[in-house]
Ligand binder design. Structure first.
Ligand SMILES: Nc1ncnc2c1ncn2[C@@H]1O[C@H](COP(=O)(O)OP(=O)(O)OP(=O)(O)O)[C@@H](O)[C@H]1O
Ligand SMILES: [Mg+2]
Length: 415
């Protein structure tokens, strides 16, 4: 029998994994390449994030290699920057939307794209945990995925050699992580706002006998951090076109591999600039063909992204209302997902809900770590039944799922 558990948060942009070693006497699961979470790393659970290629965040990108194999990690990122036509940047999104994608001239099953990422993570975790298969695997997923979506995720896990995975909604995992790492245990319901790369999920979770139950969820599968890249891209494009449209048009229409490389490099620099604007006031972006870098101020970026972010916070407000609660009745409002660091997010939540949100101790790894964190013990409230959304199909019927219409361009794309 194996002595460790594996959790995988398969994200639109990045995949995070955590392990928990069950050996008696093992406190933190500390093994080479297995790093405790920020702060207490799922305190009380022994869950620890897995490092792959010196990072806890494995890009979810998959790229078709020269030999026909599907590459992941740095090899995939490197090849994708040179051969963008061979890359699928967001297999999670592709899994939901289509059965296959075209990589170069090969049709690739989207379940296989996901399977190769899960298999990479599982192999890396296995090496660090004694080479045996995990006794238990937990896969997290957006709270509003349909049964058909979940079936495809489970199928991908099966192809990755991970049989019979348990499924846990991402906000439930985030709430568990928060409860384990909060200074004082949260007694009241928790609202989770998770802004990832490709989706925003909001949920209200109540503590019940053996954990948290999602009593209201709402998400937008078409809005995430990549749309904030798009907003910055449009600021840059407008600036460039005002100055001189010719180099921009040349960059846009250059069909050579050098042109494709320049565009993908600019896309990476845009993402880095966008992330930097969470902690600095000004960024500089060099665009091929222009003599000087363009300067973007944090204020203009914030103004550009505030309408879409406001819509996401309205979603959170509605989710709280659908749970039958006022913001004042919440134990905490927790931010997770790496894009929740974008400055207006916390300000908008404070202004609209009158609550100061608390960033998860590790916004990105919170979900994977929380998936292996034991649910907090709490006496069931009056008449409540035990069980958690995701493991209880009856509970899923009580979820309220709402989408707000797309208010931003769907994809960061030069074409
Ligand atoms: N410091 C930062 N400030 C703002 N955005 C950031 C920061 N760091 C990362 N991001 C953005 O967060 C997004 C990735 O977030 P995350 O890794 O939580 O998503 P994911 O789990 O892959 O996606 P999802 O949960 O939507 O499936 C990217 O758009 C990235 O550019
Ligand atoms: Mg995520």
């Amino acid at each position: 029998m194996s002595d460790w558990s594996l959790a995988i948060d398969f994200g639109t942009c990045f995949t995070t994994a955590a392990v928990r070693v069950e050996q008696p006497g093992s406190e933190s699961g500390a093994r080479p390449g297995v790093e405790s979470g920020a702060g207490s790393g799922g305190a009380g659970s022994g869950a620890a994030a897995v490092e792959i290629e010196n990072s806890r965040y494995l890009p979810s990108l998959v790229c078709l290699g020269d030999d026909g194999r599907l590459l992941t990690g740095r090899a995939a990122v490197q090849l994708a920057s040179q051969r963008p036509e061979r890359a699928e940047h967001h297999p999670k999104r592709a899994l939901l939307r289509q059965s296959a994608v075209l990589l170069d001239d090969r049709e690739v099953d989207t379940v296989d794209l996901v399977a190769v990422v899960l298999a990479r993570v599982a192999a890396e975790a296995r090496v660090r945990c004694g080479g045996t298969a995990p006794a238990r695997t937990v896969l997290t997923h957006p709270a509003d995925w349909s049964q058909a979506d979940l079936d495809r995720l489970v199928e991908a896990a099966g192809r990755a050699g991970l049989d019979a995975p348990e499924l846990l909604p991402e906000p439930v995992a985030a709430a568990r992580f928060h409860a384990a790492t909060a200074q004082a245990g949260e007694a009241g319901p928790i609202a989770v706002y998770d802004l990832g790369g490709g989706t925003v999920d909001t949920a209200v979770l109540r503590r019940e006998g053996d954990g948290y139950r999602a009593v209201a969820v709402a998400g937008n599968p078409d809005f995430g951090g990549r749309d904030l890249d798009q907003a910055l891209f449009e600021l840059l494009r407008d600036r460039a076109l005002d100055l001189d449209p010719e180099p921009w048009q040349r960059l846009r229409s250059d069909r050579t591999s050098a042109g494709a490389h320049q565009r993908s490099q600019l896309a990476r620099e845009l993402t880095l600039a966008k992330e930097s604007l969470s902690s600095t006031g000004t960024v500089y972006l060099a665009v091929p063909g222009y003599p000087d870098p363009f300067v973007v101020q944090g204020g203009e970026y914030r103004a550009a992204v505030t309408p879409a972010l406001t819509a996401s916070v309205v979603l959170l407000e509605r989710t709280v209302a659908r749970a039958g609660l006022t913001p004042a009745e919440l134990g905490a409002v927790v931010l997770c997902g790496a894009a929740s660091r974008t400055p207006p997010v916390a300000d908008l939540i404070a202004a609209r809900l009158g609550r100061i949100p608390e960033p998860a101790a590790d916004p990105k790894a919170a979900v994977a770590l929380g998936a292996l964190t034991d649910p907090p013990a709490a006496p069931p409230p009056d008449g409540a039944t035990a069980g958690e959304a995701g493991s209880d199909p009856a509970g899923q019927d009580r979820w309220t799922v709402a989408h707000y219409p797309d208010e931003v361009d769907p994809w960061f794309d030069y074409d």
